[in-house]
Write a protein that binds this ligand. Structure first.
Ligand code: UDX
Length: 447
């Protein structure tokens, strides 16, 4: 199959490289010349494990190429995927569809022979209808269908998620489009990934519903974590006890500083807006988004409390800045709100992240001091905070950390350490949702 991927960002690049790896002929298009030039030199603009090898091997095999010219490849294509950004619109939080519609107009000009136009970007219900209308208006003569094929990959595990997905959702309105999509995903049929054929609108909504539900799970367990701290219960055990029930499932029940990233914050807001516009407000999702937003700054207050109620004049070492490990992505990372809260409280910030330093420098306030590694970061610090659970923070030499710090205060917002182990080393240790019963109540309980 001949495939064009319009937009060589996260989703476009990963999907393009994986489709090429399935044996399809893929051209990735992007407006940004410098990005395309870099890709043609084999340089990958994002950090994603395995992606650079996949791009290089498929480019070398002649199945994957990069260009700024959309017209030529689209004329030859069986399917053109739209994988451009859909950021939150300033002001109302609705998905900004400017780039999607601009891509649709450009694609329309070059269509030649039957082509399926597929939205892979996360787009609100009804976007496919509008894409169809735009293309039909510009090219009443063209043979095409518009399908929706949302992408569920996670950053940091994107290739694995793409190649071994839990399911593939294809929303198409006619049989011909479904057949083209089936041919494209044929290699996954062999891996027996369930393919869900739905209407276009259903596919569009499924993506939002899935992301909003996962965001709800995280927010729910985060609230349970707060309660655990008050009543002396352990949220990890609560999550395990819940998750072993197959109806609930154990995933996305890790308590932490709140969700961030390029999808959950943006997609929950867009779903809220769509639901409001249709007169069926999504109250649960509205609450989830609000609770998560407050939580990020509340984590700053947690650090202040661990420092005895004030961070004024104190040095705080922030370990991990990206919204999760194995990515360099800082979009809506909890670290942004936490660092800002600490700076507001008068703290000096030293920070380190294994991959996200460059992006962090652009996103965080200017006065943050960037360090060369975790040990450099904690040097002379009054407290250290683990914000992102990178593997290297899971196995720190705690004796060395203690020696380097001014005072041994560790706030572990991802529960990567065992409390007894860290306290035994002489740290004052704070975690998330692993409450300790105050001695008086513990005695009363035992009696
Ligand atoms: C998410 C969806 O998982 C994916 O299906 C969709 O295509 C895009 O959005 P991603 O944003 O890459 O993927 O990361 P994910 O692993 O889902 O984590 C999102 C955020 O939730 C991170 O900030 C993470 O730290 C947080 N999280 C996740 C938790 O706090 N607890 C959990 O149990 C799981």
């Amino acid at each position: 199959m001949k495939i064009v991927m319009v937009g060589s960002g996260y989703v476009g690049l990963v999907s393009g490289a994986c489709f090429a790896d399935f044996g399809h002929d893929v051209v990735c298009v992007d407006k940004q010349e410098s990005k395309i030039e870099a890709l043609n030199r084999g340089e990958i603009p994002i950090f994603e494990p395995g992606l650079s090898e996949l791009v290089r091997s498929n480019a070398a095999a002649g199945r994957l190429s990069f260009t700024t010219d959309l017209a030529g490849p689209v004329a030859q294509a069986d399917a053109v995927f739209i994988a451009v950004g859909t950021p939150s619109r300033r002001g109302d939080g609705f998905a900004d569809l400017t780039y999607v519609y601009a891509a649709a107009r450009e694609i329309a000009q070059s269509l030649d022979g039957y082509t399926v136009i597929v939205t892979k970007s996360t787009v609100p219900v009804g976007t496919g209808d509008e894409v169809e209308r735009i293309v039909r208006e510009l090219r009443p003569d063209a043979a095409f269908s518009v399908a929706s094929n949302p992408e569920f990959l996670r950053e940091g595990a994107a290739i694995e998620d793409f190649k071994r997905p839990d399911r593939i959702v294809i929303g198409a309105e006619d049989e011909r489009a479904r057949e083209v999509m089936a041919d494209i995903y044929r290699p996954l049929y062999l891996n027996s990934a369930p393919i869900l054929n739905t209407s276009r609108r259903t596919a569009e909504l499924t993506k939002y519903a899935a992301n909003a539900f996962l965001a709800t799970k995280i927010t729910f367990i985060n609230e349970m974590a707060d309660l655990c701290e008050q009543v002396g219960a352990n949220v990890q055990d609560v999550a395990r006890g819940m998750g072993l029930d197959n109806r609930i499932g154990g995933k996305f029940l890790h308590a932490g500083p709140g969700y961030g990233g390029s999808c959950f914050p943006k997609d929950t807001l867009a779903l809220i807006k769509t639901a409001q516009d249709h007169g069926t407000p999504a109250r649960i999702v509205e609450t989830v988004a609000a609770v998560n937003e407050q939580r990020k700054r509340a984590m700053g207050r947690k650090v202040v409390a661990a420092c005895g109620g004030s961070v004024r004049g104190k040095t705080i070492a922030v370990l991990g800045l990206t919204f999760k490990p194995n990515t360099d992505d800082m979009r809506d990372a909890p670290s942004l709100a936490i660092v800002t809260a600490l700076l507001d409280g008068g703290a000096r910030i030293r920070a380190f992240d294994p991959e996200g330093m460059q992006q962090a420098k652009a996103a965080l306030p200017g006065e943050v001091v960037y360090c060369t590694d975790a040990y450099d970061c904690v040097t002379e610090a009054d407290a250290a905070v683990i914000v992102t659970e990178w593997n290297i923070f899971r196995a720190l030499d705690l004796d060395r950390v203690k020696q380097l710090m001014k005072s041994a205060v560790l706030v572990d917002l991802r529960n990567v350490y065992r409390a007894e182990q860290v306290r035994a080393k002489g740290f004052q240790y704070t975690d998330v949702g692993r409450g300790i019963l105050p001695p008086a109540e513990a005695e009363a309980g035992a009696a």
